[in-house]
Design a protein around this ligand. Sequence first.
Ligand code: NAD
Length: 286
Amino acid sequence: MAKIIDGKKISSEIREEVRETIEKQGLSVTLAVILVGDDPASRVYVGNKKKACEYCGIRSLTFELKADTTEQSLLELIRRLNEDSSVNGILVQLPLPPQIHTESVIEAIDPKKDVDGFSRASVGALSIGAKGFVSCTPAGVIQLLKRSGIEMEGKECVIIGRSNIVGKPMAMLMLRENATVTVAHSRTKELKSVCKRADILIVAVGKPRMVNHEYVKEGAVVIDVGIHRLDPSENNGKTLCGDVDFEDVESHASFITPVPGGVGPMTIAMLMKNVLESAMEGGNAL
Ligand code: NAD
């Protein structure tokens, strides 16, 4: 039976480390969060980020803009926050309404304050191994592996998914850890046999419970990035599941992350860590 990687515990350790550093060093740290429109899921995410900031001793400034906000006025707000030296990190909650061009908004954030790590400068820095902010979810996966004592160097790592926010940065980070990396995607042939090569299988495919034991080598480490809402009345009271069929894979893996309580809680913890780093280094200069 696989050991469960406890993302709740590891994420609270990280939040605690951030809190202690801020307290001990008497740092003044500020994160600006911008929410446009009233998407209920986005509101929950922003609320959770606010709570995490409060816990860590990070001041959070929330800007709630109407759904019909123009791109111009959003860019103007970002420009002001870029210039405000008391603001260490700027986060624009995605998705944005259709009249706003997401990429222009991300590119408007000063790379020194891009704590989500989505800008071209941050992604470019990651791919050449330079300093810069790393997208929080893949950075969280690396922490889960390291803090569970899982060796990455020389290991075969297969990542399913090549999105800009998970799959691609995940591949860069695993390369940085000296793993041998394969990125599989929707056009990959013989997906099961590709996945079966993996010592470490990272699943970010966005399909509920797609990966079963047929994709997993005996004794592999399985990291499930997926999150899907379930109807509890049809799922034995469960409200969430991942991209991995946990019950089916558990007996084949050596380590596995559950959903909920695996990768999910790491994202906000790594955001807190990025904001702290920005404050400590006066911007994680590229
Ligand atoms: P995405 O939809 O942008 O990308 C999915 C990727 O999977 C694509 O690259 C696609 O090529 C690949 N794919 C799709 N179908 C496939 C198939 N049948 N076989 C092989 N590859 C296939 O998704 P994303 O934003 O990368 O997110 C992936 C999952 O992670 C989602 O479930 C999402 O909810 C979750 N997620 C979780 C967190 C978190 O905080 N834990 C953060 C971001 C995303």
